[in-house]
Design a protein around this ligand. Structure first.
Ligand code: GDP
Ligand code: MG
Length: 439
């Protein structure tokens, strides 16, 4: 799946405009991926309509390839579809969990408690399930493993009473997570019970726990729980299996809520906050859509933190020293394989990088690492002015870095090659430059 979407996108390489056939092919691939991930048909149709319209109507911004443009649209529309994660302020609160039996409520209660404990809050789980044998022991054990407070009463048989007492017994806790019973089907007595518990604990938010494999069954459930207690967010469990969890989007849509957490295993640490990009990549079966842009973003951030003064545009202003080259390489190293990274930088595809000699682009990870070690063995003066590096210094640097003289010479050659290219660009007008460097 991912491969066919990928190859449809790859066909756009080099194109600057999209025609209707291109768009249709991409939209079809996206539909196929989403439907097989259990996303509701009407949601898929809505999404593909907006992608189609935007891809055909919007002009790619200057310097953007058709491929980057359509990727951006797909990504933005997918983000609009899955939404942001449910707001969860790190402050005292009560969270009520709802969901069918086996959806993963008890496990998720302990997981969430563990998650809040990692944020420095003191959580407690209140177990109100008197229906399922062993529910008390299961919850207690998981809470012990999570090292969080637990309240339950194996001898009581009134869930509402347990909830009320649990709220008092856990007065020391910051975050109370109230676990409830589920049945195989949605039954009236279950709904009545959870409504009473809701009144007893007065939760700040109620979360619906859904198995990733839920599919279209999510609709009825979501509607029922929304009507009875109001749903503020969803936790999708069992994402470590093959199901992609697209059915949860139906619940989100139905309740006007959002996704709060993802569960991906049976232990208390197998929980993460929902984050749209990873989920989108998973739904599309395309691991690198956001990953790439994240890598670029992260690398830019790190570079920024590391060196607030360094701006890529600076190298177009004055001299391009080995220091500039080192920073550039550090930034690229953090991003991953160079050809993929180049694709992601707006304007770089058809811009400056294409004009570098092929050789200059042949910066394999291995070679990069060697180059870095070499530069670490050079003095400030040598980095500022590589021209002072003659035969003798080359020998010293090679020895110091544990590489060889040939590699040191290659580094110097590569630097002067890049320097020459950049000098060419320095001759260009201000406007040309801006277009090439910016989105
Ligand atoms: P409840 O009936 O809603 O309270 O569901 P439980 O918490 O008892 O979970 C039902 C089953 O699903 C248990 O065997 C759990 O270990 C399992 N489970 C829950 N969450 C996950 C998950 O994220 N991944 C996997 N693999 N299993 C899970
Ligand atoms: Mg349970």
């Amino acid at each position: 799946l991912g491969t066919s979407l990928r190859s449809s996108l790859d066909k756009l390489q080099g194109k600057t405009r999209l025609d209707e056939d291109d768009v249709e092919e991409i939209v079809k691939e996206i539909q196929r991926s989403l439907l097989s991930a259990d996303v509701d048909v009407s949601l898929v149709m809505e999404l593909s309509d907006s992608i189609e319209t935007r891809a055909l109507e919007e002009e790619p911004p200057g310097g953007t390839t058709a491929r980057d443009h359509v990727l951006k649209i797909v990504y933005e529309e997918m983000v609009a579809l899955v939404g942001d994660s449910t707001a969860l302020p790190l402050e005292p609160q009560t969270i009520l969990l709802a969901g069918l039996q086996g959806s993963g409520k008890t496990t998720s209660a302990a997981k969430m408690a563990w998650w809040f404990s990692t944020k420095g809050l003191r959580p407690a789980v209140i177990q109100t399930d008197t229906f399922r044998p062993g529910a008390y022991d299961q919850a207690k054990q998981m809470c012990e493993r999570a090292e969080v407070d637990f309240y339950g009463d194996p001898d009581a048989d009134d869930p509402v009473e347990i909830a009320r007492e649990g709220m008092e017994a856990t007065a020391d806790a910051d975050v109370r997570i109230v676990d409830t019973a589920g049945r195989h089907a949605l039954e009236d007595d279950l709904i009545a019970e959870i409504e009473e518990i809701e009144r007893a604990v007065d939760p700040d938010r109620s979360l619906l726990v859904l198995d990733a494999a839920i599919g279209q069954g999510a609709k009825d459930q979501a509607r029922q729980f929304e009507a009875s207690i109001g749903i503020d967010g969803v936790m999708i469990t069992k994402l470590d299996g093959t199901a992609k969890g697209g059915g949860a989007l139906t619940a989100v849509n139905e309740t006007g809520s959002s996704i709060a957490f993802l569960g991906s295993g049976e232990t208390v640490q197998d929980i993460e906050r929902f984050e749209p990009s990873g989920f989108i990549s998973r739904l599309l079966g395309m691991g690198d859509l956001k990953q790439l842009s994240e890598r670029v973003e992260r690398a830019m951030q790190e570079a920024q933190e590391e060196d607030d003064d360094w701006d890529p545009e600076d190298m177009l202003q004055g001299e391009f020293t080995l220091k500039d080259m080192k920073k550039q390489m550090d930034a690229m190293n953090r991003m991953g394989p160079l050809d993929q990274v180049m694709d992601m930088i707006p304007g770089m595809g058809g811009g400056m990088m294409d004009q570098l000699p092929d050789d200059a682009m042949d910066v394999t990870q291995d070679r990069m690492r060697k180059f870095e070690r070499i530069m670490d063995s050079m003095t400030e003066g040598e980095l500022e002015n590589p021209r002072v590096v003659g035969q003798e210094r080359t020998r010293r640097i090679a020895r110091g870095s544990g590489t060889d003289e040939e590699t040191v010479r290659q580094l110097l050659e590569q630097h002067s090659m890049m320097e020459r290219t950049i000098q060419q660009f320095q001759g260009m007008g201000e406007g040309d430059m801006q277009r090439m460097m910016k989105k």
